[in-house]
Design a protein around this ligand. Structure first.
Ligand code: SF4
Length: 197
């Protein structure tokens, strides 16, 4: 059985999710395939993605697609984009309505096999602190995003595209002015060269 089927069948966090304020069941959102030139290493599905079964099926996804310069058809095409989050299931909300962190056991159990299944992408987007810490070791998101030239064009560190980061985007105008044009150019090149292979 492929790792994608194994993850879809995973229920390791059933007790943990039942104890959250949302009291939901595991529902892994698996959206990757072998050979995609772009990996989106993200955090975890939100409530809307949990309900629809489609990653970034929410306002964060609208913003992320704009950052990447991709329309919905290109973004949700697993031949183009592999979405490999730190947690494959919606982690739930706490009593205050805040997002709970992706369960560590998910990356521990599945991450290496999932990334190996994708293969060797041309670009990896590390979105938010959880993915950046896992791939690069501990550090600050803002420092990493600001230092984008150190890893580009193979790797781009990005803030989470959530509305919660709108103030961050306003405080750091260089992100839109410098990082996004470079990111869009790298993605366009990766898709073009992959299509002509
Ligand atoms: S979050 Fe990951 S480890 Fe937990 S049930 Fe979902 S797929 Fe399994």
């Amino acid at each position: 059985m492929a790792v994608t089927d194994d993850i879809r069948a995973c229920r390791l966090c059933a007790d943990r999710f039942a104890a959250t304020h949302t009291g939901h069941r595991p529902s892994p959102v698996v959206w990757f395939d072998t050979g995609a030139p772009i990996v989106v290493a993200s955090q975890a599905p939100g409530m809307r993605a949990h309900l629809s079964g489609k990653p970034f099926d929410d306002p964060s996804g609208v913003r992320l697609r704009d950052w990447m310069g991709l329309d919905e058809a290109a973004f949700w095409n697993t031949d183009n984009v592999a979405i490999v989050p730190m947690g494959f299931c919606f982690p739930g909300y706490d009593a205050k309505g805040s997002d709970i962190a992706p369960p560590r056991i998910c990356a521990k159990t599945w991450r290496e096999a999932a990334l190996a299944h994708v293969g060797s992408p041309r670009i990896t987007l590390l979105i938010g602190g959880y993915a950046q810490d896992w791939h690069l070791g501990r550090g600050r998101v803002t420092d990493r995003v600001r230092d984008w030239k150190a890893l580009a064009p193979d790797v781009f560190c990005l803030p989470h595209p959530s509305w919660r980061n709108t103030a961050w985007l306003k405080r750091h105008p260089w992100f839109e002015a410098e990082v996004l044009p470079a990111l869009r150019a790298a993605i366009s090149t990766a898709l073009r060269t992959t299509a002509t292979r």
